[in-house]
Write a protein that binds this ligand. Structure first.
Ligand SMILES: NC(=O)c1ccc[n+]([C@@H]2O[C@H](COP(=O)([O-])OP(=O)(O)OC[C@H]3O[C@@H](n4cnc5c(N)ncnc54)[C@H](OP(=O)(O)O)[C@@H]3O)[C@@H](O)[C@H]2O)c1
Length: 277
């Protein structure tokens, strides 16, 4: 397989332009390839299911007939309207204690797919002139250690078994290889360090749970129009940002394809291609 067949493109604007030039249906209209039928009756847990991509995933799963297990720090009217099979509130994933509580709170049997979606990106662009070490530690705690706290709690609870899948929503920002293209001037230290750490965590976890028959996907969800990316509003259209409802379908399409053979790979949900670490 050539590198261009295997890897996605680091230049987001050029990647979107090429997809349009090539009328790439997988990229431009996920409904041409995505079949949600595999989700019917499956128990799927989503962290951060109260808003943004997490809420869109919750809606997508509910529509597909999956049993939604919402794991959230705070709830929302929109999430509660979906009437999740299980709604576990108050899980701040920076707290060791609250994640131990999660281990005891989860009730309804094995989870087929766990989607670690909750994350954080400080609003201001971080440069050498405004470095914020506390924000950096907070971001690493939420984005890299948090999903490990949640996943290990569910493993200890016996909720993740042979055949279960764990999806880590990290970010293309965690690719060290892509920094020369995406951050030619540096910046965004805390966020990008946190996602690189999340990728490492997920790669190690994939190795450790291999013998249990659990596959781990490391996914960039694509560029989605959410509260987190509002600061990039001016480039949404030129870089192909999508509504979170589309992003959710892309994620579930890749979650469906995730297997023991692809476990530990870093995948761009925009085009289904790999991102180099
Ligand atoms: N949007 C994009 O284009 C994009 C691109 C690359 C990667 N991502 C990743 O995709 C995921 C979802 O992003 P989004 O755009 O939907 O973000 P968002 O709209 O800002 O939502 C963030 C979610 O994370 C939860 N969260 C934050 N801190 C938490 C904590 N300490 N404990 C538990 N939950 C916490 C929030 O819950 P509260 O409501 O309680 O704060 C919220 O549900 C994130 O991991 C993000 O890094 C997004």
């Amino acid at each position: 397989m050539s590198d261009s067949d295997r890897y996605s493109m680091p230049d987001q604007q050029a990647r979107f332009a090429r997809a349009k030039k090539e009328s790439n249906e997988r990229y431009l209209d996920i409904t041409t390839v995505y079949d949600p039928a595999f989700l019917k009756g499956k128990r799927v847990a989503v962290t951060g299911a109260n808003r943004g991509i997490g809420l869109a995933l919750a809606k997508e799963l509910t529509e597909a007939g999956a049993k939604l297990v919402a794991i959230v720090r705070s709830t929302s009217d929109e999430l509660e309207k979906l009437n999740p099979d299980e709604l576990i509130k108050g899980v701040d994933q920076t707290s060791n204690e609250l994640c131990v509580d999660l281990e005891h709170a989860i009730k309804g049997g094995p989870i087929d797919i766990l989607i670690n979606n909750a994350g954080y990106f400080m609003r201001e662009e971080e440069t050498l002139d405004n470095l914020d070490f506390n924000e950096q530690l907070k971001t690493i705690d939420i984005c890299a250690i948090g999903p490990l706290r949640v996943t290990s709690a569910l493993l200890r609870a016996g909720a993740l078994l042979d055949g279960s899948k764990v999806v880590m929503i990290t970010s293309q920002g965690g690719s060290v290889t892509w920094r020369t293209t995406q951050n030619p001037d540096g910046h965004d230290y805390g966020h990008h360090m946190s996602k690189a750490a999340a990728n490492m965590m997920a790669a190690l976890l994939a190795q450790e749970v291999k013998s249990k028959g659990i596959a781990v996907g490391i996914f960039h969800p694509g560029f989605n129009k959410t509260g987190m990316t509002e600061k990039y509003k001016q480039i949404w259209e030129v870089e192909g940002a999508v509504d979170a409802a589309v992003g959710a379908k892309r994620i579930m399409h890749e979650a469906g394809k995730l297997s023991m053979e692809t476990s530990g790979k870093f995948i761009n949900c925009e085009d289904g291609l790999e991102i180099p670490f």
